[in-house]
Structures are given as C-alpha cells and as structure tokens.
Design a protein around this ligand. Structure first.
Ligand SMILES: Nc1ncnc2c1ncn2[C@@H]1O[C@H](COP(=O)(O)OP(=O)(O)OP(=O)(O)O)[C@@H](O)[C@H]1O
Ligand SMILES: [Mg+2]
Length: 286
C-alpha cells in the first residue's frame, strides 16, 4: 500500500480538490483506492457524497481509526466510485497525540477492501489533511510515501512553501526517509504576470520538488467535480487538460497494484502521450 498525503498548512490552496482528483484517477485506473478525509470541515466528504452535512457526526467516520476495537467504516463514493473514510466535525478531539495518530493510520496498511476477499489490500490511500499544522497533518506525513503540497504561486504561497520545506527537512524527513516531497502549483491565474513569474521561478529553483505542470485557476474545475468528472474530462482547453491529466498520471506511476509483485501492473500510456511531450518540448524552447 502506498499513502499519499495532500498537506499544506495554508488554506484554500487545493488540497481537497487535488486529493479527490488523485482518488478519481487511481480508481479509474483500476487501483483499490481509499480517500481518507481528516479535515473536520469535511470538504472531501462533501465532494465524494454531495452531502454538505455528512461530517456532522461522530459515528462511522475516520475517528474510528483511533479506536482499535472499532471496525473501519469504509464507504463508497456514489459519485466517483472510490472508497472513502468520511470526516467528522469532532476530529480535532484526537489532536493531542501524534503517536496515537500514527497507530491509527497504520491500521490502513492491513485494511482489505470489502467484497474482494482476503489479501485485497488497498493499493493507494489518499489522505486529505486539514489546513493547520498539527497531529492530523504531521502523522500522515510520518508514514506517507508522498507528501503532495499544493501551493499557489504568490508571495504568501512561496513563504508557505519555505516553511513547508523547513518542516519537511527538519522534522519529517529524518523520521520518514522514504517520503517524497512534491509541490504542485495550483490556482495559477493565467492573466497575472506575478503568478506566472513566481510559478516558473519555483520550478527553476526547486526542479526536484516542483511538478512540471501548472494547474490554472479555472471555474470549471469546481463545475466538473459537481458533475462527477475529473477536470480533464470537463476542461475544454487542451493544454490544461493535459497538465491535469499528466500530473495525476505521473503521481500514480510508482504505485504497485500488488504488494508481492510490484511489476505486475503495466499502466497504459495514454495514446497521445508522445504528442503531449512534443508539445511541451516545443513550448519549453520558446
Ligand atoms: N485550479 C483551481 N481552479 C479553480 N478553483 C479551484 C482550483 N483549485 C481549487 N479551487 C477552489 O478553491 C477552493 C479551495 O480549494 P480546496 O478546498 O481544494 O483547498 P484546500 O487547500 O483543501 O482548502 P482548506 O485549506 O480549506 O482545506 C475551492 O472552492 C475549490 O473549488
Ligand atoms: Mg481542504
């Protein structure tokens, strides 16, 4: 099982939107996928269910992970088809104990997907973290394979990125050396010269961390999700459609579909991969 944590202490950068896209893509590619909503605001729960009040409960939520004698209450998104653990407005009750949170999340390692028989562990767990530094952000990072940090390309976003890098190199990485750090530039305003300058400076400055595709601020991102579609199916602009698709496609590349046989899955290249790559190369030379 691989665990991807979408985390950034800054609010509104797209953690939830992008975590849900990750779950949609992995599910559509045939991976057993579980989205875990650890934010007491329940935004991912809302996107997965269309029900904005769903998280106003303490029963049958991600909180149950903290109680080893309780069953893990997995649900299936009626909109997207991936499995998820819903949020609870009471999730902040567990914020005083990082070790307990790590144990709680470790239960997911051996969680089997219902109705697929013994040994059908999840291939990918996607955790949507709350926008505050704390136990529910740090614990997922301590066991994650990838920390995906959406950032907005503005002065505040850049400052936030620096503090993320400090947390990562100072506190998380030493305890979880396998963790990969990926920065995903989101909500780029195409008509803002500052946004575009900062976005390319980030990519140039941190090429190992910053993912090459930039995701633009577009009204139809939200619309698409409401229609049950990932952005690449709702988007009418080729360049952004490819940027979104390629981002999630590349994040999924090293997720094995079978714990015993990491090479068993061959994810098909999209038919137009070559075309996209050529377009990018040409774009890069201008
Ligand atoms: N690329 C985008 N284009 C347009 N709107 C976007 C984009 N990404 C996110 N949004 C919108 O921005 C708002 C914040 O996004 P989201 O909830 O995903 O951020 P978040 O980081 O999870 O926020 P929070 O910190 O509150 O959890 C939402 O209304 C979402 O629809
Ligand atoms: Mg969120």
């Amino acid at each position: 099982m691989k665990l991807f944590a979408f985390a950034n202490q800054k609010g509104g950068v797209g953690k939830t939107t992008l975590a849900v896209h990750m779950a949609i893509h992995a599910h559509n590619m045939g991976f057993r996928t579980l989205l875990v909503d650890l934010d007491q605001q329940g935004s991912a729960t809302f996107l997965a269910t269309g029900d904005g009040d769903r998280h106003q409960t303490m029963d049958g939520t991600a909180l149950d992970l903290w109680y080893p004698d309780r069953k893990i209450p997995v649900q299936t998104s009626p909109i997207f088809g991936f499995d998820f653990l819903q949020a609870s407005a009471g999730l902040d009750a567990v914020d005083d104990d990082a070790a307990a949170a790590v144990l709680a999340l470790r239960r997911l390692d051996t969680l089997e997907k219902a109705d697929e028989g013994p040994g059908a562990f999840y291939h990918l767990v996607v955790v949507d973290c709350p926008p505050a530094p704390g136990v529910r952000q740090v614990a997922p990072l301590l066991i994650a394979d990838k920390h995906i940090a959406p950032v907005t390309p503005d002065a505040l976003g850049t400052q936030g990125l620096l503090s993320l890098v400090q947390t990562y190199t100072g506190h998380i990485r030493p305890d979880n050396p396998k963790l990969e750090f990926k920065v995903l530039i989101n909500r780029v305003k195409a008509n803002s010269a500052t946004n575009l300058t900062i976005a390319s400076a980030l990519l140039e400055g941190f090429p190992d961390w910053v993912m090459p595709h930039q995701l633009y601020e577009r009204e139809d991102v939200r619309k698409g999700l409401r229609l049950g579609k990932p952005y690449w199916e709702a988007c009418r602009d080729d360049a952004q459609r490819d940027a979104w698709y390629q981002t999630f496609y590349s994040l999924l590349q090293d997720v094995p579909d079978d714990e015993d046989n990491p090479d068993s899955r061959e994810v098909q290249e999209p038919d137009d991969a070559e075309e996209i790559l050529t377009k990018q190369r040409e774009g890069g030379e201008q």
